[in-house]
Every structure is written in structure tokens, then in C-alpha cells.
Write a protein that binds this ligand. Structure first.
Ligand SMILES: Cc1ncc(COP(=O)(O)O)c(C=O)c1O
Length: 486
């Protein structure tokens, strides 16, 4: 046996030598990040990137010095990434990240707490529980409400609908985790707007209900769920003797940022005994702002709420949460195991695996807490309000531009618009050309069967001149395309 420990230096250590190695390597990595990148992405083509990465020998027989690997990754990888902090990187809900969160990532990785069981994460469990209790209180849930961190909005929505499905089965006296779906499940339906995130459909598919179980309700011009259409849909389901097991409202739709009328939808859900889930992945952060929070009135009536910290809380991926109003509901999910969630622990121990669809799980709560404490609620609120105002400004500029047509007055941080007198193909061409040249990473979507472009304003360091420059880039490209027409 080789006990010489030749590999000792490859591990993180917290003695003096270990700390020197760690900080030196961290500094080297940090220095590679600013080098070589200008603009929202490099102008390298998919083929060039493929070849560049293809030339990396993933696992040489003899390892390479860390300094060399760091430099290589800097040149090949980091210099060719997208740059969410660039003002022309506005395609998606993809934020620049906060310093306290990024340095906490180092601690999260170096200490590697695992959130599945208390014995792998004793104080980390307390931190996550404290953050979840705070978040539940922010939503307006009753005392004792709590939640769990997940890898993203898709996972949080999936977890919510998993609970809703188990809850519906429980009403029939069926333990769905034990015996599978009851025969009645073919008649179960989930209602949401036609602008709800596709993860709702995906969850229905994974839960064995099928995507056909999701009934889409029409939205109004702003992109928010139309209550009259909801009432018609519910009436129709009742006539067909179908059971609404869940109603999902969205607070901040992906494209238009619209917020459904939460309190009204809550009332409809209560009337039919359905689980009420609010997907506040996007606009959940509004709860931090006294000016914006009233837009989420009604979220406190939900059974569960999704909030993505890796969107408008400027956290690195992964960081999302599902909070539930009644923490006992997590019991609907529990699968005990001999080695983890044994049920015979020390007094006061919580094993978070009992709330999660994951087993091993990162201590993402640490970076969120570090960010909240460092910036404080006032700065979060000011940054959010600034971005909402910036999106409003973008909407006004677009509305005044003769080449463009605003789809809807911005509701949150997105500004979505059509190009006048341009075909869908030309709109696609504008987005793809700017992306290929590395000049702008724009969003492109379809609203009312027509191609539209989207600015998603996630960066509080962006200015009104950045917005004007983006509009200019788009209109110049449209002009070029018009000139190219035969
Ligand atoms: C409204 C909404 N819900 C859920 C999600 C999914 O979030 P994630 O990408 O974190 O899985 C998104 C993503 O954009 C979203 O816009």
C-alpha cells in the first residue's frame, strides 16, 4: 500500500500550506476570468468551439500542473463563455452574480456539506431551515411554514406538483408513493395559463399524468391569466366530471413577466379543493421591495411557492426554493431508508432528504444568506425597482421606434417586441447574426404565433444608454436585412 500521500496537495486543506495553495489557485483562476473576453460572448462559431475543446486531453495518464490547467481553462473555456454581466447579454433570465455569493461558492465547495442528512450538514441544515423559514415569512405564510432548496425552478415546480399529486391521492385514501396512481388519476387535471413555464407540462409528464392533463387557460394582452377564461375552463372540467387537482399561477412569466391575479386564482383553487401553486421563480424577489411586493398579493394563500434565487437574487446556479404553507405536507414525499432518514435520530435533528427529490445536495443556502446579509433588503429592493424601471424605459423607447412594435407594456424586467414589416425569418436572422458576431445575445420567442425579440434586463449595472444601444443594434440589423432583400 502506498501511504506516502503523493496526492495530499491535490486536496483542499485548511492548515497554513493548504490555505496558501487555495488562495493562490483561487487568485490565478480569478485573473483568467477577465482576460480575453470582451462583449457578451466570443465570436467563435459552434465548430470552432467544438475543435478548441476537442483538443483538450480530458484525462492524461500523468496529470498536468494546476497552474497550467487553470491557464488553459482560462484561454479555452472562460474566454469563450457568455458574459451575463455584459449589457448586451439579455437573452434569458440569466443574471450576473454577486460577490458574496461567488466567494461563498468557494466555501461551499471546499467544505462540501451535504444537505441530505444532518450528520453530513449539521449547521448547514440549520442555515437552510432558517433561510426557508425567513422566505416563508416573506411570502406571508403562517408561522412554522418552511421549504427546501432545489436545483432550479423546474425542480421546484416538479416538487410542488409531486406534492399536489400525492395530496390528491391522499384525499382518496391512496398512498401514491406506495401503490402508484389510482384509477381516478386519468381524470385529474392541472390548470395553468398558456404562458406558464413548460416545466409544469414536464412535471405532469413525469408524474404519470401526461401532458394532456395540463389544461392551458388563455391570457390577456399583458400575458396574465384571464380569470373569465379560467372560469370557463373550470366549468368545462366540471361538466366533464374531471377533477382539478392543482391550479398553478405564475408570478412573472418567462417572456412578458406577467403576474397572474393570485388572490382570485387562490379563491378558485380553494373552491374546488385543488392545490394552489404559485410559480414565482421570476418575480418572487419582488417580495423584497415595498413598492413591488403588493403585485404578489395572494401568494400567501398558496399551498406552495417556487422562488428562484438564481434569477433576480443574482445567485450563481443552482439556487431555487420551494416553500410550502404546511410543512407536514412534505411527509407526502417521504421514503425512509436504513442509512439516512431512519427516524431514530437525536432530539431536534432534521434530515432534509425527507423534503427533497434529491439525496446528496449542495449547501446553496450559504451563498444566498451571505448575499442577503451583505447587501441588505434595501439594496436588493433598489436594484429590483431599478430594473423594472429600466424595462419600462426600454418599452417606451421601443414603442416610439417606427421599426419596432411593443408586444405588451413590460410587467417586470423583460421587454418583448416585434419587428414591423419583417418576416419571422428576418427576426430570427437578426438574433442569430448578432449572436454569431458576438455583438449581442438577444432573446427570441413567439407571441401570438409571431416571432418576437426580447431584452431580459437582469443586470442592475446596465444603463438607459445600454438599452438604446441594443435597440440601435437591432434596428441597424433590420435595415441591413431590408437592404439585402431582392
Ligand atoms: C416562470 C418560470 N418558472 C420556472 C422556470 C424554470 O427555472 P429553472 O431554469 O431554474 O429550472 C423558469 C425559467 O426561466 C421560469 O421563467
Amino acid at each position: 500500500m502506498n501511504e506516502t500521500g503523493n496526492w495530499r496537495e491535490q486536496f483542499v486543506a485548511f492548515d497554513e500550506d493548504g490555505l496558501v495553495r487555495l488562495t493562490r489557485a483561487a487568485e490565478r483562476v480569478a485573473r483568467t476570468l477577465g482576460a480575453g473576453t470582451s462583449g457578451p460572448r466570443s465570436a467563435r462559431s459552434p465548430g470552432e468551439l467544438h475543435d478548441l475543446v476537442g483538443a483538450l486531453e480530458i484525462c492524461p495518464f500523468e496529470g498536468v500542473a494546476l497552474d497550467e490547467v487553470v491557464a488553459e481553462l482560462g484561454e479555452v473555456v472562460w474566454a469563450n463563455g457568455v458574459v451575463p454581466s455584459d449589457p448586451a447579454c439579455v437573452a434569458h433570465l440569466h443574471p450576473p452574480t454577486l460577490l458574496p455569493a461567488v466567494v461563498s461558492e468557494l466555501a461551499i465547495a471546499a467544505t462540501n456539506q451535504s444537505m441530505d442528512s444532518w450528520d453530513q450538514a449539521p449547521v448547514a441544515t440549520e442555515v437552510e431551515l432558517r433561510l426557508m423559514a425567513w422566505l416563508a415569512e416573506l411570502v406571508g405564510f403562517p408561522t412554522g411554514a418552511s421549504g427546501v432548496m432545489t436545483s432550479g425552478g423546474t425542480a421546484s415546480n416538479g416538487l410542488a406538483l409531486t406534492l399536489a399529486r400525492s395530496w390528491a391521492a391522499k384525499q382518496l385514501g391512496v398512498d401514491v408513493l406506495q401503490s402508484g396512481l389510482p384509477a381516478e388519476a386519468t381524470r385529474w387535471r392541472i390548470l395553468c395559463s398558456d404562458q406558464a413555464h413548460f416545466s409544469i407540462q414536464r412535471a405532469a409528464a413525469q408524474l404519470g399524468l401526461g401532458r394532456d392533463a395540463v389544461v392551458s387557460v388563455a391570457t390577456d394582452a399583458s400575458g396574465a391569466l384571464d380569470v373569465a377564461a379560467l372560469d370557463v375552463a373550470m366549468g368545462e372540467l366540471e361538466r366533464q366530471e374531471l377533477t382539478t387537482i392543482a391550479i398553478v399561477a405564475t408570478a412573472g412569466t418567462t417572456d412578458l413577466g406577467a403576474i397572474d391575479p393570485l388572490a382570485t386564482v387562490a379563491e378558485r383553487a380553494r373552491r374546488v379543493g385543488a392545490w394552489f401553486h404559485v410559480d414565482a421563480a421570476v418575480a418572487g424577489a419582488f417580495l423584497l421591495s415595498p413598492r413591488l411586493a403588493p403585485r404578489l398579493t395572494g401568494a400567501e394563500l398558496a399551498d406552495s411557492v417556487t422562488i428562484d434565487f438564481h434569477k433576480l437574487w443574482w445567485q450563481p446556479f443552482n439556487a431555487s426554493a420551494l416553500v410550502v404553507s404546511d410543512v407536514e405536507r412534505f411527509d407526502l414525499l417521504r421514503v425512509r431508508s436504513n442509512y439516512l432518514d431512519r427516524g431514530d435520530e437525536l432530539e431536534g435533528v432534521v434530515n432534509l432528504v425527507g423534503r427533497s427529490l434529491d439525496t446528496s445536495r449542495r449547501f446553496d443556502a450559504a451563498k444566498v444568506v451571505a448575499s442577503l446579509r451583505t447587501l441588505g433588503r434595501r439594496t436588493f429592493a433598489e436594484m429590483l425597482e431599478y430594473l423594472v424601471d429600466l424595462a419600462t424605459y426600454a418599452g417606451e423607447r421601443v414603442a416610439r421606434n417606427p421599426r419596432l412594435e411593443l408586444v405588451a407594456t413590460p410587467s417586470a424586467v423583460t421587454c418583448v417586441f416585434y419587428a414591423r414589416d419583417a418576416s419571422d425569418d428576418e427576426v430570427r436572422e437578426v438574433q442569430l447574426r448578432l449572436l454569431a458576431r458576438g455583438e449581442a445575445v438577444l432573446g427570441r420567442t413567439v407571441i401570438e404565433h409571431r416571432a418576437a425579440l426580447k431584452f431580459t434586463l437582469m443586470n442592475p449595472l446596465m444603463t438607459s444608454s445600454d438599452v438604446e444601444r441594443l435597440i440601435e443594434l437591432v434596428t441597424n440589423e433590420l435595415d441591413t436585412l431590408s437592404a439585402e432583400r431582392p
